[in-house]
Design a protein around this ligand. Structure first.
Ligand SMILES: C[S@@+](CC[C@H](N)C(=O)[O-])C[C@H]1O[C@@H](n2cnc3c(N)ncnc32)[C@H](O)[C@@H]1O
Length: 266
């Protein structure tokens, strides 16, 4: 895959990190251990798309978290916040899931000042990195939640409230026995679709062909979605080419974009 976690300071893809060492029974990795209620116990059984890893937060990232966190980080809560109040305006709202070190949402935000962006990422150094970029570039249209996107969607996002969803280079979970951890699965897509306004879009990108094929199959099978292209879509101008992608493209790797729209409700 293109992303080089070591060079990027990215949270490494867990399947690469642990390789075959990730036990097959490790389906609950990264889940809070407080299964004190039946509801929490249910969550414990859910297969996660990430493994929680300790990552070093740099001094600059920590400073950005201290200074800008109170303004731009929204604490996870099992209830839906008043998003218009959180963003201090009503504008088209785009959810970005798994923004890594934040380079992409920062660039997109700078290009799309009329839209608001809600970035969800579990990895703390990524949250610090995005806040640092926001401070450096004086970006104020982004809010961040450091939590599992599945629970954020379930509890904090109202049905038919989003104008778009970005999922760029989600962990590909290379090994077939880990494919169940991939984010783009029918149930997750159904949850996503329920949060989209009619006409709103889902934009996924991946550099892993087998995952691109799975995305095409899963997104294509959801009756509420319609492909905006004949198969894979050309990369729209708003999605910047990351340095990892550039390097991969130089090496001859492929990148696949998929853009689907929610059909109007009949
Ligand atoms: C391979 S990285 C890609 C990062 C970034 N989108 C990019 O293009 O560079 C995938 C990211 O998704 C995050 N992630 C995976 N599952 C997630 C979930 N359920 N909720 C929030 N973040 C998640 C991981 O922590 C990781 O940072």
């Amino acid at each position: 895959m293109i992303h080089d976690p070591n060079e990027a300071g990215l949270p490494s893809d867990a399947s690469e990190l642990s390789g075959d060492a990730l036990p097959e029974s490790n389906d609950t990795a990264g889940i809070d251990a407080d299964a004190t209620t039946p509801e929490n116990a249910l969550h414990l059984r859910r297969i996660r798309s990430f493994v929680t890893r300790a990552g070093r937060v740099s001094t600059g990232q920590r400073r950005a978290m201290d200074e800008l966190g109170p303004r731009f980080v929204v604490p996870y809560s099992p209830e839906e916040p008043d998003w218009d109040a959180v963003f201090a305006r009503r504008a088209p709202r785009i959810l970005e899931i798994g923004f890594g070190m934040g380079a992409t949402p920062a660039e997109i935000d700078a290009r799309r000042q009329d839209d608001d962006f809600l970035g969800v990422e579990v990895h703390e150094p990524g949250v610090g990195a995005l806040l640092k970029l926001m401070g450096e570039q004086n970006l104020s249209n982004i809010r961040i939640i450091q939590h599992d996107a599945v629970e954020v969607l379930e509890n904090m996002i109202a049905p038919e409230s989003l104008d778009g969803v970005h999922i760029f280079f989600p962990d590909p979970w290379h090994k077939p026995r880990h494919h169940k951890r991939r984010l783009i699965q029918p149930k997750f897509v159904a949850l996503l679709v329920s949060r989209l306004k009619p006409g709103a879009y889902i934009h996924c990108a991946t550099d892993w062909q087998n995952y691109a094929e799975q995305m095409l199959e899963v997104l294509g099978a959801d009756p509420a979605l319609e492909n905006t292209a004949d198969g894979y879509a050309p990369r729209p101008d708003y999605r910047p080419v990351t340095k990892f992608e550039k390097r991969g493209l130089r090496l001859g790797h492929g990148v696949w974009d998929l853009i689907y729209k929610r059909r109007p409700v009949s």
